[in-house]
Design a protein around this ligand. Structure first.
Ligand code: ZN
Length: 338
């Protein structure tokens, strides 16, 4: 039987934020917002469990943006001093805050939401944090001078946070590193070292999610330039396989990443993305099972964790729900034919 999980995010209910929009502003505020976020997390954890997902997340219902949600609680960042920066090697421009001094955590960032979610599910619980390299690609530096140094500073803060979350009963801490297929040389030079520092000393399972991004236009345009086979991972998988991180999350459904590349991860659990988050049709269980079986040609079935390609936050809510069900059903189907 496969252990199933999801990459992380799920759509916000329409009463919490505008649907089908990335980084949509909240529709509630103050205590009403906090209550709304908890309610939304309960809905999704319950939906995940009903779909047969073994390791659930709270769907990231407590944050607008996967990086800024963490950075908002960090000192040393000037949010008034916005710098326009080319993100992901100039794939798109964004106005980002600026690091103007040594960074430090102002206190627990996610402790409260994690304690709440832990109390409300008996399933395995995974929590996602932004990876240090991706943080550095989402913020301007006017203090550290070298990206590698800034990454190590953030890795230290992530590690403090991760240890506290582990103590609250989180089963898997996942670091999201979409920057990992953009700066391949940096990944090998310092990206993995920073990731390992973020995960240092953790006894729970640790994971990294690397990906080619949501189905937004800038990403779709960029993907057109990558050719018919996306082999970027070939350059970084050997180092990831040698790292202390336990699990690697990849997009495998309708992906141009050749499935054979997962053979470069013989010592890892692989979260095999079997749900396409850029398609507006729910997969059939047969389609999900086909992706899992294809992965089984290159790694042992014990290594395979059926998963979504990426976060589902931009999708319509009912579609995300049907995709969860397809994932659970497809994994059960694939395990029957093992
Ligand atoms: Zn992703």
């Amino acid at each position: 039987m496969y252990t199933t999980t999801i990459a992380g995010s799920l759509p916000k209910p329409s009463w919490l934020a505008q649907p089908e929009k990335l980084w949509a502003p909240w529709r509630l505020e103050g205590e009403e917002l906090a209550q709304g976020q908890r309610d939304a997390a309960l809905v999704w954890m319950s939906e995940e469990e009903a779909a047969g997902i073994d390791i659930v997340t709270n769907g990231e219902q407590f944050r607008e943006h996967f990086v800024h949600g963490f950075l908002k609680h960090v000192s040393g960042i000037d949010w008034e001093r916005m710098t326009t920066m080319g993100i992901r090697d100039n794939r798109y421009d964004a106005d980002v805050p600026t690091v103007t001094g040594p960074v430090s955590r102002q206190g627990s960032v996610h402790g409260e939401e994690v304690a709440f979610c832990r109390r409300h599910t008996k399933a395995g619980f995974k929590f996602t944090l932004p990876g240090p390299m991706t943080i550095c690609d989402t913020i301007a530096d006017a203090h550290y001078g070298r990206r590698a140094d800034m990454a190590m500073a953030f890795a230290e803060l992530l590690n403090q946070e991760a240890r506290e979350l582990e103590a609250l009963g989180v089963d898997v801490i996942q670091f999201d590193e979409p920057a990992f297929n953009v700066f391949m040389r940096d990944v090998n030079e310092w990206g993995i070292a920073a990731l390992e520092k973020a995960a240092e000393g953790l006894k729970c399972r640790t994971a990294v999610h690397i990906c080619y991004g949501y189905g937004i236009q800038q990403n779709l345009d960029w993907k057109e330039t990558l050719g018919s086979e996306w082999r970027q991972y070939e350059e970084i998988f050997p180092a990831i396989n040698a790292s202390r991180i336990n699990q690697v999350s990849l997009e495998c459904a309708n992906s141009r990443v050749p499935m054979s590349l997962i053979g470069l991860l013989p010592d890892k659990q692989v979260m095999v993305g079997a749900i396409d988050v850029a398609s507006f049709e729910a997969e059939t269980p047969e389609q999900v099972a086909a992706v899992i079986r294809e992965a089984g040609k290159y790694i042992a079935s014990e290594q395979i964790m059926p998963c979504t390609n990426c976060g589902m936050v931009p999708l319509p809510r009912d579609l995300a729900q049907r995709k969860l069900e397809a994932l659970g059903a497809g994994a059960r189907l694939a395990s029957q034919s093992n």
